[in-house]
Design a protein around this ligand. Structure first.
Ligand SMILES: C[S@@+](CC[C@H](N)C(=O)[O-])C[C@H]1O[C@@H](n2cnc3c(N)ncnc32)[C@H](O)[C@@H]1O
Ligand SMILES: [Zn+2]
Length: 268
């Protein structure tokens, strides 16, 4: 059975490569182009999983994730285990408590910000670990082009409230607010994910059990927030002018044919 699964994964991988080489599907070319242009020296990539950013030989990357490579392989059974990066720092990528301030030439986080319950807090920490002139390179999926289609788009006001509540230490209130995000994820995103995989919809009992587990866990990895191109633009404008992130925008680029947008910022 295990052998059949491995053969199946290899077959799927080969098929994906053929489609990729054909140029029919949107690719990560914009990520590579911006990485080549801006990333030099030593830095970290948060949540690389099986898609570490391709960087030039002038950049040395260490990998941060909240779980190890083997735990990720268990969690994401659809992935080929050997393609998942070895994690150098097992740490919460939104607080980065194991990384000293002002030590990194760059921070990379592709498709990670939407997993943060407090994106402003995450961005402040990403900025904190950068040296002056260091580069923050992140990308987010565009909600309506992903399995999050149909969910509410996160506003600037919402992020400001999340950050305030997180700072206030009112953990129970913050958790209750995040439970709403998770409920929406289960009711919209997971329905699409399961449909695409050919799996039946969650039963009400299964859904209730997942919500119960969320309540009991300190952190659940999910898409808390959802961005559109306009909301992302507004959020970045607000954060670089109204909040002291100490970052200025260098590039705002459409990537993967509009499925995601890349934001490149420089530490002042
Ligand atoms: C959707 S994957 C992104 C994979 C890859 N970067 C890409 O662009 O496709 C999200 C990654 O973020 C990681 N992640 C989620 N929450 C995290 C946290 N609190 N701290 C560190 N990593 C986290 C996950 O384990 C996973 O590796
Ligand atoms: Zn929120």
């Amino acid at each position: 059975m295990a052998k059949i699964m491995t053969l199946h994964k290899l077959y799927v991988k080969k098929l994906k490569q053929i489609v990729k080489d054909s140029g029919l599907l949107p690719s990560y070319v914009a990520r590579r182009r911006s990485a080549e242009r801006y990333l030099r020296g030593e830095g970290i990539e948060i949540g690389a999983l099986d898609h570490p950013l391709a960087v030039s030989p002038l950049a040395k990357v260490r990998y941060v994730d909240y779980i190890s490579k083997s735990d990720s392989a268990v969690k994401h059974t659809q992935l080929i285990p050997d393609e998942i990066v070895e994690v150098d720092y097992i740490d919460d990528g939104f607080t980065l408590s194991s990384i000293a301030s002002g030590t990194q030439d760059f921070v990379i986080a592709n498709h990670v910000l939407e997993h943060s319950p407090d994106p402003i807090g995450a961005l402040l920490n990403w900025s904190r670990v950068l040296k002056t002139d260091g580069i923050l390179f992140f990308s987010v999926p565009i909600g309506e082009k992903s399995f999050d289609r149909g969910r509410r788009i996160t506003t600037v006001e919402h992020l400001a409230e999340d950050h305030e509540l997180c700072l206030s230490g009112k953990q129970e209130l913050f958790h209750a607010r995040n439970l709403e995000h998770y409920d929406e994820y289960l009711s919209v995103s997971l329905v699409t994910i399961r449909k695409n995989l050919g799996n039946p919809a969650l039963t009400p009992i299964e859904k209730a059990e997942m919500l119960r587990r969320f309540r009991d866990e300190p952190f659940t990895d999910t898409h808390y927030h959802v961005f559109s191109v306009d909301s992302l633009k507004m959020i970045m404008k607000f954060l670089t002018t109204e909040v002291d992130l100490s970052l200025s925008i260098v590039e705002f680029v459409k990537s993967k044919g509009g499925l995601e947008y890349i934001v490149v910022l420089r530490k002042k």
